[in-house]
Ligand binder design. Structure first.
Ligand code: GDP
Ligand code: ZN
Length: 462
């Protein structure tokens, strides 16, 4: 997989005294750098061994002017981050000079990398692990349009809501403990026994763990709308897959830890991330029902967020078509009537009946007709709110993950304290810490006075 062009970007955050790096990746990385690089000894980057670093200057080939004094590392494929040829130009100047180097690199044949694109290449070139997979998801996200961002914001809203509920539980527990300590004369407040305290703490810890599991358990497996293409043999399922993949630059991957024949393709249809499932099945046997049996297909369809049901315009409806409709009753489907370039033999009235209000799109995949309409139908379903991802991950931000990990640790400390019979005010410290950490996720004021909150809870004092 080396049909990629050469990309470049400034790859280090600019900080005081930090060296900034312009990184290039791709077939022409060395050649482009070589055009700009002059070593005192007249060394050519093209000739240097892999994984070596060289002192010299970046010179604008047009004006002959020296732009920057640099150290250049040359790393040839495949032992590089992207598994492509990589060149890193280390500049010690500030933003202006590193930017000038980047501009020169771009003027000499490289393309500015999109956010996450180096990682995406590593992924596409066969280096797949979880963290990279996550970066790919970030990329898919970064590429999505504004409408999708709205959907993502809503997802984040769901996370905030969950976090706030957890904070509230902790706060109530703390308030409860506080009342017991400070106002022992309040008989009407049930005593916070170690058992009750443990119960609450265990609940919070469990919820945090659950959130974390959405972030870490093969996150990529869950991302995107699980989409299945079904239809009789020869109706055009593979063609549809290819059309969607082609138009949307599919990311194809063998998912680690699953059988090798399960290939999933991620496509971004107008901002809707689709995860096309079991496309290997489509490719290899043409018919998932035939391949895995009716019962398993039904199970699989149940798990799908979206089903693309393909029919043949050129043939009458068959029993199997009717059976597929029956299997998808009540599910989110888009009906695709394909091969409209051929004479009609399908009964469209019956198709409408069977579709029962769900969208129908006519296509000629052979002539690349109707694909826009199909994409629009999918996007309308999603943004119209009819289509909901079964379990889109809530937590994806690495800062959130880190905070959740720390909060979980604090809750574990609290539980250990309770079990060891520690004084309740020591347990409180851990609870309070968890409360603060969770607060950082939702951006609630970190230094809010807990005491104020406690009083607001119970309207005590005065
Ligand atoms: P699948 O078995 O459902 O995966 O169907 P394929 O995508 O493999 O297509 C079966 C055959 O139909 C292939 O020869 C395709 O080229 C052809 N085909 C797919 N779409 C169209 C179309 O819109 N019009 C015509 N005439 N042929 C098509
Ligand atoms: Zn096929």
């Amino acid at each position: 997989m080396t049909e990629f062009d050469t990309i470049a970007a400034i790859s280090t955050p600019m900080g005081e005294g930090a060296i900034a790096i312009v990184r290039l990746s791709g077939d022409e990385a060395v050649e482009i750098a070589d055009r700009l690089f002059q070593s005192p000894a007249g060394k050519r980057l093209k000739d240097v061994p892999s994984h070596t670093i060289h002192y010299g200057h970046i010179v604008d080939p047009k004006s002959g002017r020296t732009v920057e004094e640099v150290m250049v590392s040359v790393m040839r494929a495949p032992k590089t981050f992207t598994r492509e040829d990589v060149v890193e130009i280390n500049c010690h100047g500030g933003f202006v000079s590193v930017n000038r180097v980047l501009q020169l690199v771009l003027a000499n044949g490289a393309r500015l990398a999109e956010p996450g694109e180096f990682t995406k290449r590593a992924f596409l070139n066969g280096r797949i692990d979880l963290s990279q997979a996550e970066a790919v998801i970030d990329l898919i996200r970064a590429k999505t349009d504004r409408a999708m961002n709205v959907a993502l914001l809503q997802m984040e809203g769901r996370l905030s809501k969950l976090i706030r509920e957890l904070r509230q539980t902790i706060l109530e527990t703390l308030a409860h403990v506080e009342v017991n300590i400070d106002y022992p004369e309040y008989d009407d407040v049930e005593e916070m026994t170690p058992r009750l305290l443990r119960e609450k703490a265990e609940y919070v810890r469990g919820q945090i763990e659950k959130l974390l599991s959405t972030a870490t358990q093969g996150k990529i497996l869950r991302e995107g709308l699980a989409t299945v293409i079904i239809g009789r043999p020869n109706v055009g399922k593979s063609s549809l897959l290819n059309a969607l993949a082609h138009e949307n630059r599919a990311i194809v991957t063998d998912i680690p830890g699953t059988t090798r024949d399960v290939i999933e393709e991620y496509v971004n249809v107008r901002g809707v991330p689709l995860r096309l499932i079991d496309t290997a099945g489509i490719r290899e046997t043409e018919d998932i029902v035939e391949r895995i049996g009716v019962e398993r297909s039904r199970q699989m369809l149940k798990q799908a967020d979206l089903i693309l049901l393909v029919l043949n315009y050129h043939e009458p409806l068959t029993e199997e078509d009717e059976r597929l409709f029956a299997m998808t009753e009540g599910m989110d489907i888009v009906v695709i009537v394909n091969k409209t370039d051929l004479p009609q033999h399908i009964d469209m009235e019956r198709v409408k009946e069977l579709a029962a209000g769900r969208p129908i799109v006519a296509t000629s995949l052979l002539r690349e007709q109707g694909i826009d309409e199909l994409e629009k139908a999918i996007a309308d379903l999603f943004f119209g709110g009819e289509l909901e991802a079964g379990d889109l991950t809530y937590v994806s931000n690495s800062r959130h993950i880190a905070l959740l990990e720390q909060a979980k640790k604090a809750m574990e400390d609290a539980l250990a304290g309770i079990d060891a019979g520690m004084p309740v005010d020591l347990v409180q410290i851990d609870l309070r810490r968890a409360w603060e950490l969770l607060g950082e996720i939702v951006g609630d004021t970190v230094h809010e006075s807990l005491i104020d909150q406690l009083f607001a809870q119970f309207c005590l004092g005065k």
